[in-house]
Design a protein around this ligand. Structure first.
Ligand SMILES: Nc1ncnc2c1ncn2[C@@H]1O[C@H](COP(=O)(O)OP(=O)(O)OP(=O)(O)O)[C@@H](O)[C@H]1O
Length: 270
């Protein structure tokens, strides 16, 4: 059974200003990573927050499972769930990291796991092993005994990611999760997110500003512009010089590197 997220006619209004405008997307399937890209103020964070149930939205966000024979099995209308139930299906990692709490990295990871697994059976030993596994795969096992309040910005972002990833939700929403990281950790995080999505059939939607990174690790790219979908498809279809000129206002070339990954070479802002 593969989870699918279907968004239909989703709108978010701040005051009287429409930010997300009647947005409909073909189903987002579990097992792969979908990048949400677009210029500043396009509405990317607002869309993630609406999917996480954190801002009031009109329209429909349905989570269903597709089996070998049935089309969509038991879809749940996420917009109608109270936030406590919503959080059982969806984990959202925001850009800002409010982590000035007196816990070690390991304790915070373990507590994130236990709160997500309250209805599932997991012994203390299994939970501890899971938490350590995620820290190890993120390359921050050496930080496990450090307090969250004594970490650098990048280390805090990695610790926060560990808390999101360890939950293994059905839907994982990550808002610029690599913004504070050096290139080694950016690659490591993107690789791990892609692996976990594949291994556990998680639906991952990730906001990124690095278009080459999105093209390399994400199977699907959704380009948002002023709350509307400007392009949606596999990287080679969505990331084109025409889209970059129209949406990002840059003159750019899109070329594969020697390893076949798409690169965006920006010549000038227009
Ligand atoms: N709480 C709020 N109240 C009113 N307007 C808001 C609020 N949050 C965001 N906005 C507005 O909504 C629009 C979209 O903001 P959003 O943060 O979703 O964009 P974004 O695509 O994530 O941008 P960025 O790439 O700069 O992070 C912006 O014009 C912003 O000013």
């Amino acid at each position: 059974m593969v989870p699918h997220l279907t968004i239909e006619g989703l709108s978010v209004v701040y005051g009287k200003r429409p930010i997300i405008d009647n947005l409909t997307l073909p189903p987002v399937a579990g097992g792969g990573v979908t990048a949400l890209i677009g210029p500043n103020a396009a509405g990317k964070t607002t869309l993630l927050r609406a999917l996480a149930g954190l801002v009031p939205a009109r329209g429909s966000v349905r989570l269903g499972h597709i089996g070998p024979t049935a089309p969509i099995v038991h879809p749940i209308e996420l917009t109608r769930l109270p936030i406590s139930q919503h959080a059982r299906h969806v984990t959202y990692m925001p850009q800002a990291l409010p982590q000035r709490v007196a816990l070690t990295v390991f304790e915070a990871t373990l507590s994130a796991l236990m709160s997500a697994r309250s209805d599932r059976v997991l012994s203390q030993t299994q939970a501890q092993a899971r938490a350590l596994e995620v820290l190890e795969r993120l390359g921050i096992l050496d930080l496990s005994r450090r307090g969250l309040d004594e970490l650098s910005g990048g280390q805090r972002q990695l610790a926060s990611l560990a808390q999101s990833l360890v939950r293994e939700p059905t839907v994982l929403l990550l808002d610029e999760p690599t913004s504070a990281l050096d290139i080694h950790h950016q690659m490591r995080v993107m690789q791990l997110v892609a692996e976990l999505a594949r291994e556990r059939s998680i639906i991952v939607v990730i906001v990124l500003h690095d278009i080459a990174q999105a093209a390399r690790y994400c199977q699907r790219i959704v380009v948002l512009e002023q709350g509307l979908v400007a392009a949606d498809g596999p990287p080679e279809q969505a990331i084109t010089p025409e889209m970059l000129a129209r949406v990002y206002k840059v003159e750019a070339r899109v070329e594969p590197c020697s390893q076949g990954f798409l690169q965006v070479i920006v010549d000038r802002a227009v």
